[in-house]
Design a protein around this ligand. Structure first.
Ligand code: NAD
Ligand code: DAU
Length: 331
């Protein structure tokens, strides 16, 4: 199996490449990544001898065409992924998430290759805190931010190419991930690394917003299942079912790191802040037999904290620039 992984130097993509090397050592993996501020070649160091790395842009038609021609399957993680950045400057989100996905779709169409497109539950908008219903594969798209609107657009393109051109594509929408190698701009690593550098953690608004937290290895196991057993043209929602408010997560981080419960700052809320996400992942559980392995969130979070404690060489170089961006946003 020859596999082209876009965005393989980012958080989920790098963990996907590690997972693939561990569980499918016979696969030939090629990573295509532009190494934006979010990409880090060091994340692939442990598997460097098992992976070919190509430094390039998914909007580069010639390069993408050549790489797609030489693979069996494309797993498409590359994206601008951070909501707050999309509020500061939406342009790279439109370019990479929409135009980049279009470039990949045209290449897989030309060469008749299998595509799996990685998406997010944010395309559905948000739910009330007390809503009983969850997002399903049939929920209408209703994105709130430039990030989620661009991801929703890319999903629509994938669906159209599958239906109109018969491109053998699958799509998954996962909930919030946590684990090692996540950029320090994201909620969990930002709070952990703030504590480690002696800064106070930052909670947006009242901290009542709810996310469904899934370990990155559980997400990637689901992606592998879709690649082997998924049906072309179908979407699959992925989520652990473990919903927690931001205030609850922060309390757990402070507790696990031995900090007082009130050792954090409230900062102004994110404009348009989605209140709650919650995926109904019945389809992937019943049709493909997916089950999250990381059932104990406290233990998964403790291991993640440990990883950041022991790998400051990986995240420290990004920390100051990240906090400078937050200064611009007032958060
Ligand atoms: P990330 O920001 O950590 O990594 C993105 C990677 O894409 C980086 O390595 C970056 O260099 C690369 N990239 C960006 N623009 C590129 C371009 N034009 N050409 C080639 N490479 C480019 O993102 P992540 O958190 O790992 O998310 C990966 C995917 O999963 C995204 O599509 C995201 O929408 C989706 N997703 C993320 C989460 C989450 O909780 N992080 C949850 C569900 C879905
Ligand atoms: O649901 C999937 C999505 O999860 C992915 O599509 C996105 O790529 C990923 O970034 C993530 O989006 P969120 O906006 O939910 O994640 P973020 O880590 O930015 O924030 C999580 C929650 O924490 C959100 O409600 C905002 C809040 N927050 C965030 C930061 C950075 C804070 O309270 N304080 C912070 O410092």
């Amino acid at each position: 199996m020859r596999m082209l992984v876009t965005g393989g130097a980012g958080f989920i993509g790098a963990n996907f490449v590690h997972y693939t090397a561990r569980n499918h050592p016979g696969y030939e993996v090629c990573v295509l990544d532009a190494l934006t501020y979010a990409g880090n070649r060091e994340s692939l160091a442990p598997v460097a001898d098992q992976v070919r790395f190509v430094h390039g842009d998914i909007c580069d038609t010639t390069l993408v065409d050549r790489l797609v021609a030489a693979t069996d399957v494309v797993v498409h993680f590359a994206a601008e992924s951070h909501v707050d950045n999309s509020l500061l400057d939406p342009e790279p989100f439109i370019r990479t998430n929409i135009l980049g996905t279009y470039t990949i779709l045209e290449a897989v169409r030309r060469h008749d290759k299998r595509l799996h497109h990685i998406s997010t539950d944010e395309v559905f908008g948000d739910l009330a805190l007390d809503a009983v219903e969850k997002f399903t594969e049939r929920t209408a798209y209703d994105p709130s931010s430039p990030y989620s609107a661009a991801k929703a657009s890319s999903d629509m393109l994938v669906r159209a190419w599958a239906r109109s051109f018969g491109v053998p594509a699958t799509l998954s929408n996962c909930a919030n991930n946590y684990g090692p190698y996540q950029h320090v701009e994201k909620f969990v690593p930002r709070q952990i690394t703030n504590v480690l550098v002696g800064e106070r953690p930052k909670l947006y608004g009242a901290g009542e917003n709810v996310r469904e937290w899934t370990h990155v290895d559980d997400h990637n196991e689901a992606v592998h299942l879709i690649l082997t057993k998924g049906r072309a043209g179908e979407s699959y929602l992925i989520g652990s079912g473990d919903e927690r408010s931001n205030a609850q997560i922060l309390a757990l981080v402070l507790d696990l790191m031995g900090e007082p419960a009130d050792a954090y700052d409230h900062v102004p809320d994110r404009p348009g802040h989605d209140l709650r996400y919650s995926n109904d992942s019945t389809k992937i559980r019943t049709e493909l037999g997916w089950q999250p392995r990381y059932g104990d969130f406290r233990a998964g979070l403790a291991a993640t904290i440990d990883w950041y404690r022991h790998n400051d060489w990986w995240w420290k170089p990004q920390k100051d620039a990240t906090e400078a961006r937050y200064q611009l946003l007032g958060r």
